[in-house]
Design a protein around this ligand. Structure first.
Ligand code: MEV
Length: 286
């Protein structure tokens, strides 16, 4: 049993999506995680470049998947990830979707996404569901927690993604934001504003209004800073992207490490910036 699932990038609304605000994410269809499942004498996981604590979580997810699909026998799971791990590009959601797709008879993305969300909980605690939705449907989504994803039109455009290296687990960052909101209720305004930004960005993405998208990204990043989820490395990458001609830049995913996303007016500018910024690549989104 083999399957694969793609990476994702959140363009607008990470963290606020946890609290019921809309967010926008896109699939990176060419960046994929592959899995292969075989009958085995015991449940086993083999994966490249992942430490032991991660493989324990992967094993727990595998057990849940076996239960969901009434698999009476043990499984060996081999993972080959083209998605950089722990950098906000949705490797755990892609793993959850790929394992579910490999085991499930139904290839209906909404069924796959619902089952995959159960696995994703092993990694992230209380995920909003945006990551598995993008990975299961492989379409850009306007996502509100608990609702069916709305598929949106995006004028194809070029963005830059750059990885800052280190990463704090998503569940930890989400927890820290929750505590910050409890201590400082004025921050709820930032959450509401990020939802409004995502709603405005939806129209700008459909029109391909890159200048407006850039402004919205910068504004979204301001609120992410208020929530305390940026980091000096992320800020350094954002500065480099803006200095290289990006119209806007922000962190993408949970933050406190992970990656940034920046929007450029042309493919040539995005590619030239990607050559200059360490750990960066340019990619077309549609
Ligand atoms: C993680 O990719 C995005 C967060 O908004 C968490 C979630 O939506 O579950 C930080």
């Amino acid at each position: 049993m083999k399957a694969s699932a793609c990476a994702k990038l959140i363009l607008f609304g990470e963290h606020s999506v946890v609290y019921g605000q809309p967010a926008i994410a896109v699939p990176l269809r060419s960046i994929r995680l592959k899995v292969e499942l075989k009958k085995s004498s015991q449940d086993k996981v083999s994966l490249k470049g992942v430490n032991a604590s991660d493989s324990k979580r992967v094993l727990s997810a595998l057990l849940i998947a076996r239960q969901q699909h009434n698999m009476p026998y043990h499984l060996r799971l081999r993972i080959d990830s083209g998605i950089p791990l722990k950098c906000g590009m949705g490797s755990s959601a892609a793993l959850s979707v790929a394992v579910t797709s490999a085991l499930s008879k139904s290839k209906d993305p909404s069924t796959v996404a619902a089952a995959a969300l159960e696995l994703e909980r092993v990694f992230h605690g209380t995920p909003s569901g945006i990551d598995v939705a993008v990975s299961a449907y492989e379409k850009p989504v306007f996502f509100i927690r608990g609702k069916k994803p709305i598929f949106i039109r995006i004028r194809p455009m070029w963005i830059l993604v750059a990885n800052s290296g280190g990463r704090t687990p998503t569940r930890t960052v989400v927890q820290q934001v929750r505590m910050k909101l409890q201590k400082n209720p004025a921050l709820w305004q930032a959450i509401r504003n990020m939802g409004a930004i995502a709603a405005t960005a939806r129209a700008a993405l459909a029109k391909g209004d890159i200048k407006k998208l850039g402004r919205l990204m910068n504004l979204n990043q301001t609120y992410l800073r208020w929530l305390g989820v940026s980091s000096p490395k992320l800020e350094g990458l954002i500065r480099s992207a803006l200095d290289s001609g990006a119209l806007g830049a922000k962190l993408s995913g949970a933050g406190r490490g992970g990656c940034i996303v920046a929007v450029y007016a042309t493919k040539a500018e995005a590619q030239s910036a990607a050559r200059k910024i360490k750990g960066a690549f340019a990619v077309r989104i549609s």
